[in-house]
Write a protein that binds this ligand. Structure first.
Ligand code: PAF
Length: 281
């Protein structure tokens, strides 16, 4: 397996592959890989001649220093997991200096308002950080196809918007959320939950599926009040937001029109922030 830390070297290798018209699939990650990431890799391996995975904990997308410091860094274990998918996957694991030189700052992006909703409101600057690093990575890897999980649905829409606005020749592919048998959405942050909290966190998806059922027959306000009441009754959770929003614009709604809607949630459990979402119609 080839592991690169240096952008010039990986660019040189990929340039050779492109000369033979090979397709490149790309899975950007921050490491601490779980089955959700591996499913993105499988999708890429299936549909491209070469697959690249980046492993880089991007400092500019964290608005909380403690969160950045505590983010799991498990490169060796990650490489072992990647090998279980395919031994020919190319790993790019740069340092902060390699990606940012001496200027660890974000560029400022407009994503036509997508950045102002939900995560954007609660994590100021987060999407500028994501846009900055994904743009840098796309410029290095120049993938034909790039794979993102729907767990970070807002991020997926934002990356699609960035590609569209910058006319980047990348096809951005959204992939379904992988869940534990309890329903808990797979996430690198779950590693920080105790076993007891992992069991408790199953309430998040259970409530989302109930919201989906209620949405068929009830108003948006009714569903929202129901979800709030559930988390009020479970004080070990701190509900940051629950929103029902138009899937395309991410603008929260309280009326139902002939559009695709999704429910989005962010909750804290034992100080760990967990997000999830579900398609409603
Ligand atoms: O989803 C993630 O892991 C990160 O936000 C990404 C896309 C790798 C950018 O750092």
């Amino acid at each position: 397996m080839l592991i690169f830390n240096n952008k010039t070297d990986i660019k040189a290798l990929l340039a050779k592959h492109k000369e033979t018209n090979s397709t490149i699939g790309f899975v950007p990650t921050m490491g601490a890989l779980h089955k959700g990431h591996l499913s993105l890799l499988e999708e890429s391996v299936k549909n491209n001649d070469y697959t690249v995975i980046s492993i880089f904990v991007n400092p500019t997308q964290f608005n909380n220093t403690e969160d950045l410091e505590k983010y799991p860094r498990t490169l060796e274990a990650d490489v072992d997991k990647i090998k279980t998918v395919n031994d020919n996957i190319i790993v790019f694991a740069p340092t902060v200096k390699e990606m940012y030189d001496n200027e660890v700052t974000s560029a400022h992006f407009s994503f036509d308002g997508l950045e102002n909703q939900m995560e954007g409101q609660h994590r100021p600057g987060h999407f500028d950080g994501v846009g900055t690093i994904v743009k840098k990575l796309f410029e290095i890897v120049e993938p034909d196809n790039a794979y993102f999980g729907e767990k970070d649905f807002q991020q997926l829409q934002i990356v699609k918007k960035m590609v569209e606005k910058n006319s980047m020749p990348v096809n951005v592919v959204g992939c379904p959320i992988l869940r534990e048998t309890s329903g808990l959405a797979m996430s690198s942050r779950n590693e920080r939950l105790s076993d007891d909290d992992k069991n408790k966190a199953a309430l998040i998806y259970k409530t989302l599926t109930e919201a989906r059922q209620l949405f068929e027959k009830h108003t948006v306000d009714y569903v929202t009040e129901y979800v709030k009441s559930i988390f009020k009754a479970h004080p070990e959770f701190d509900l940051e937001y629950f929103e029902i929003a138009d899937e395309a614009t991410l603008i929260p709604t309280n009326i139902k029109e002939n559009k695709k809607y999704r429910a989005f949630i962010a909750v804290f459990l034992s100080n760990i922030r967990l997000i999830d979402n579900i398609s409603l119609n």
